[in-house]
Design a protein around this ligand. Structure first.
Ligand SMILES: Cc1ncc(COP(=O)(O)O)c(C=O)c1O
Length: 381
């Protein structure tokens, strides 16, 4: 029996053709025809005013921080249970971080904790849709109702094609960011995007994106020469990688349908054993359509996880844990505005186990993973 890896990025059909076209065209830097086409799809899916393709989601978060002008004296609220970049992008500019706990069901930012943390120094709140299931957007908006000065930065690294009610993930922040890292639903090796949902941000974002120059305005015929205007960096994605990304985005329907089927198969096959063994399966509230990014279970006891992972590895099945809580990490403590308590993040991070989840995972593989997991949990309990 062959091993079941944790993740396998798929070539869906036209990637090599499009990348070859990009290489032969002579336009291999950012902003070429493939970037335009990929950006147009992302605009249509999310309704964004403007899409800037970046070299990563981390990069898009860094651009968000520059655009909001955050730095020393400012505070950004970030969930403790997220990837380092959600906080790092702000910390590196000198802003301090206030780590917020998550809700136990969706594993998204807890609006009650957010309301307690808000003080006059808070200028932005980062929200994450864990696994592509929307966080409590209504609760977060209510907590921020009398703070129009606080920007929502939506880290939608897991969220493309998901919805909160009728609103697409990626449309919920003043600024929203995407990831096309090889582990995501749509990949191009390393890549990301900044979605601008407020038209007032567009002109300045284009300058910061392009080394602080008004080169984009020059290309659009708005100025007759371009020069240095503002802060910024080189955030653009090569058109060769945009070509890879476009081929993936063109297959969105098929990719999402296969991932949804996988998610549902895992959920169905694990429903009875989960009730028997005390495993918690992902919770999807009725008003949310997930983006089907990953599948996880919460083990009943943190002590089981090493043995379960070892047993599955011995059977050729790769599993993994996820985020180590940021509030208690060395970097998190260093960049925090003040220490905060995030008990749900701590608990979840010790019990969470991610199962193999990728476009080409077969039905038989899912059955094998489920059988191995159930056996491993029983043996370890
Ligand atoms: C929630 C979240 N934000 C940001 C990132 C960083 O994405 P990238 O690797 O594209 O910079 C990740 C990476 O997995 C993530 O999970």
């Amino acid at each position: 029996m062959s091993d079941i890896p944790f993740n396998v990025p798929e070539l869906t059909g036209r990637e090599l053709d499009y990348m070859g076209q990009a290489l032969r065209s002579g336009h291999t830097s950012s902003g070429g025809p493939f970037s335009q086409r990929a950006g147009a799809i992302l605009k249509e899916v999310t309704g964004a005013q403007e899409v800037l393709l970046t070299t990563s989601c981390t990069d898009a978060l860094e651009l968000s921080c520059l655009l909001l002008g955050l730095g020393p004296g400012d505070t950004v609220v970030v969930p403790s249970f997220t990837f380092t970049s959600s906080a790092l992008a702000f910390a590196r500019q000198g802003a301090r971080i206030l780590f917020c706990d998550i809700e136990p069901e969706t594993l998204g930012l807890d609006p009650r904790h957010l309301a307690e943390l808000l003080d006059d120094t808070v200028r932005a709140v980062v929200v994450v849709h864990y696994a592509g299931v929307a966080c409590d957007v209504e609760g977060i908006r209510a907590a921020l109702a009398d703070r129009p000065d606080v920007a929502i930065v939506e880290d939608a690294a897991h969220g493309l094609y998901g919805h909160w009610r009728a609103e697409p993930l990626g449309s919920l922040g003043r600024l929203s960011t995407l990831s096309f890292h090889e582990t995501k639903n749509f990949v191009c090796g390393e890549g990301g995007a900044l979605l601008l949902n407020d038209p007032r941000d567009v002109d300045r974002a284009r300058v910061l994106y392009d080394k602080g120059t008004d080169r984009q305005a020059f290309f659009l015929g708005q100025v007759d020469k371009y020069s240095w205007r503002d802060t910024g960096s080189s955030f653009g994605l090569s058109d060769v990688l945009a070509a890879y990304l476009l081929a993936q985005l063109e297959q969105a329907e098929s990719i999402q349908a296969r991932r949804r089927a996988l998610f549902e198969r895992y959920h169905e096959a694990l429903a009875d054993p989960a009730a028997e063994l005390g495993l918690r399966l992902p919770v999807v509230p009725e008003d949310r359509d997930p983006a089907w990014h990953l599948f996880h279970v919460l083990l009943p006891d943190a002590d089981l996880r090493p043995a379960v992972m070892r047993s599955m590895r011995e059977q050729g099945i790769a599993t993994t844990f996820h985020y180590v809580p940021l509030h208690s990490s060395e970097g998190g403590r260093r960049f925090a505005a003040r220490p905060t308590e995030c008990p749900v993040s701590t608990d979840v991070s010790t019990r969470l186990l991610r199962l193999p989840f990728f476009n080409t995972l077969g039905e038989d593989d899912v059955a094998r993973v489920v059988e191995a997991l159930v056996g491993a949990v029983k043996a370890a309990s």
